[in-house]
Design a protein around this ligand. Structure first.
Ligand code: FMN
Length: 437
């Protein structure tokens, strides 16, 4: 089918096809049934959410999953999404979006369409963009690329994805030319179009750009070292060590790629953020710095992936049930392990006895490294690690989240807890300025 083609299915149902490329696949097509005013959108407008409802009758229940799915799968294609939504607007009345995943959108369709529109506009306006090139339908490229894209987007940098086999050379070069970073998922070595695409990238790569390369585990990946060396010879900065994938990807592999993407994004925005912090009003900063908090280490485990983070922006928030909030920066590695429903442990650090733990958990590690190496732990009932040397611990669950500019405020409830040293007190963080933790 081509865009504009129609097929008569009988009984007044005539399907009209609308090309909506790159909405997770290069060849995505929407189909519209005018009689029922239903638009079938494949992956677009979906969510990984399952309940007994056929429709989106409970907006509150689906909101977070709708957003998470957008961020992971649609955000990197925001430009294509805006084009597709423009074509949707020209089709006529749509009362139901029959997506390929999750409840069909009907009761809250206008609000959910508006979300897609706003998020995509914000995404395409991101002043800094990273270009992500790979062959969509090769090996595990798709999931791996989305993990790395998600990691980049956590830092506020936009991502635009391009399929190396279907894109025109001038499109590849135009995107690479205006991008602060280039990420490549290795294509199959026998794919001539992809080879030509990569050669064209090497021709335009500039020495101020950050580059990251990963294998796609397709069985016939182009050798990663040769390409890596060619970029280094051009003077381009390697944002993360080339990711080699020797076994079938696991959740840990996707986590590693997400962290690699975040490293690349952070390397791009670091200078800009430092400049911004320096420009804040000094008196205001000092006054804000008088807000003090305790010192804690959050520890998690999900699908055999461990995570940990030193936190001080923690505050009790409810009595029944017992609950507190914690602010987690959007570009933290731990973010993907702290989604609604996820469990973790809040370890309370002890005054006069926290430096070693603090130092250990602040160390910058390479993507995928074990954050608990050399640290004494026990296992909590919720399966997360408890730090043996902490003053107290709480077993917790993330209940809801609120987006606050560069942080997520997570509201969490407490299921269990214990103090190991009843006569000790919590370490407190007294700051001079409020522009850092
Ligand atoms: C004293 C102190 C308190 C911190 N508190 C928080 C916090 O409440 N929330 C947060 O997102 N990061 C906080 N951070 C920053 C993270 O602990 C730290 O940057 C992070 O562990 C780096 O890990 P990542 O590579 O996973 O992002 C704090 C850092 C310090 C030094």
């Amino acid at each position: 089918m081509k865009s504009g083609d129609r097929v008569d299915l009988g009984k007044g149902h005539e399907m009209e096809f609308v090309s909506a490329p790159n909405l997770h696949w290069p060849d995505t097509i929407f189909s519209y049934d005018r009689k029922t005013q239903t638009l079938f959108t494949c992956d677009a407008f979906g969510m990984h959410y399952c309940s007994d409802s056929t429709f989106d009758d409970n907006m509150e229940a689906i909101e977070a999953d709708f957003r998470f799915y957008y961020d992971c799968l649609m955000g990197p294609n925001a430009r294509s999404l805006l084009n597709a939504m423009k074509k949707m607007g020209e089709l006529g009345k749509i009362t139901t979006v029959a997506n390929g995943h999750g409840p069909l959108l009907h009761h809250n369709l206008d609000a959910l369409r508006e979300c897609y529109q706003n998020w995509s506009q914000k995404q395409t306006k991101a002043e800094t963009v990273v270009a992500l090139f790979y062959v969509f339908n090769y090996g595990y490229s798709d999931r791996l690329a989305h993990a790395v894209a998600q990691g980049v987007q956590k830092t506020g940098v936009g991502v635009e994805v391009v399929d190396l086999t279907t894109a025109e050379i001038h499109e590849i070069q135009e995107l690479a030319g205006r991008s602060a970073g280039i990420i490549i998922g290795m294509p199959p070595s026998a794919n001539a179009a992809a080879q030509a695409g990569i050669s064209s990238l090497l021709a335009v790569a500039k020495n101020k750009q950050s580059v990251g390369i990963f294998e796609c585990f397709g069985g016939d990946d182009e050798p990663i070292d040769t390409l890596s060396r060619r970029f280094i010879d051009l003077g381009v900065k390697e944002a993360f060590p080339a990711v080699r994938i020797k076994e079938t990807p696991t959740p840990a592999t996707y986590q590693l790629l997400e962290e690699a993407g975040t490293d690349l994004g952070q390397s791009i925005v670091r200078d800009r953020n430092i400049k911004h912090i320096k420009s804040l009003d000094v008196n205001m900063e000092k006054a804000l710095g008088r807000i003090s908090n305790g010192l804690y280490i959050i520890t998690t485990k999900k699908d055999d992936i461990n995570g940990a983070m030193l936190a001080s922006w923690v505050s009790q928030a409810s009595l029944q049930p017992l609950g507190f909030t914690v602010a987690v920066a959007k570009d933290r590695a731990i973010d993907s392990l702290m989604q609604e429903g996820d469990r973790f442990v809040l370890n309370v650090l002890e005054e006069g006895n926290y430096q070693e733990l603090k130092k250990h958990f602040l160390k910058r590690l390479l993507p995928g490294a074990d954050r608990f190496e050399g640290i004494k732990t026990q296992t909590a009932k919720n399966d997360c690690p408890i730090l043996t040397d902490a003053l107290a611990y709480l077993e917790c669950e993330v209940v809801s989240s609120m987006e606050c500019s560069d942080h997520w405020i997570l509201y969490c409830t407490v299921q269990d807890g214990r103090v190991s040293k009843p006569n000790s007190v919590t370490a407190v963080r007294h700051r001079k300025v409020g522009n850092y933790y």
